[in-house]
Ligand binder design. Sequence first.
Ligand SMILES: NC(=O)c1ccc[n+]([C@@H]2O[C@H](COP(=O)([O-])OP(=O)(O)OC[C@H]3O[C@@H](n4cnc5c(N)ncnc54)[C@H](OP(=O)(O)O)[C@@H]3O)[C@@H](O)[C@H]2O)c1
Length: 184
Amino acid sequence: MVSTSPCSTPAPANMSMCASSTSSWSSAFATNFQGTLYAIDAALPLLRRAEGRTQAPLLAAVSSASAYLPLPRAEAYGASKAAISHFLESLRLDLAAERIDVSVIHPGFVETPLTARNDFSMPMQISAERAAEYIVEGLAKRRLDIHFPRRFTYLVKALGVLPPALRRRFGLRIAGRGRGGGEA
Ligand SMILES: NC(=O)c1ccc[n+]([C@@H]2O[C@H](COP(=O)([O-])OP(=O)(O)OC[C@H]3O[C@@H](n4cnc5c(N)ncnc54)[C@H](OP(=O)(O)O)[C@@H]3O)[C@@H](O)[C@H]2O)c1
């Protein structure tokens, strides 16, 4: 299983994200996206060599519910997670011929040191233990998309397929309340 080290630099609630530096955006991609690629690069030869297997090997990586919907103050973090989801969904198609499965994990808000830094409310946040249970269950069922808590992630997914004008209206309401996507 592959997990990414999180990196994000959400701007303070009253600061436009445009004020944050391009180096912090690059850093989010280096840690979240490139870090995941390096881990996959290291894991794939091992998965290919897995012998005597009764099930197809499974490659999994942690993305985020923020990949489903662009939110204020989550430009680089959200984009780096969307890149992970897109990359893995594409890789899944190429690895099918080798009988290697790919799961993408999309957590909502989880109580960790990462989210302890957020200065906005995090709806439907769950404990790290509960998140681990969702992940273990999803991997056991070999789900392609492991997302939780479902009430939150289905809502975010639904908002994510709205027309751009409606997504913009929703995002501006969140921004107006000084909230953001941060790490979710
Ligand atoms: N928490 C959430 O609500 C949430 C939601 C969606 C997705 N996620 C994703 O879930 C994953 C785990 O997040 P988390 O909340 O558990 O974060 P966390 O509590 O901050 O833990 C992150 C871990 O990554 C390591 N790390 C951070 N930067 C690193 C770097 N540049 N190189 C190597 N290791 C580094 C940290 O090591 P040290 O302890 O040594 O610093 C720590 O062990 C991340 O991919 C995150 O984006 C989290």
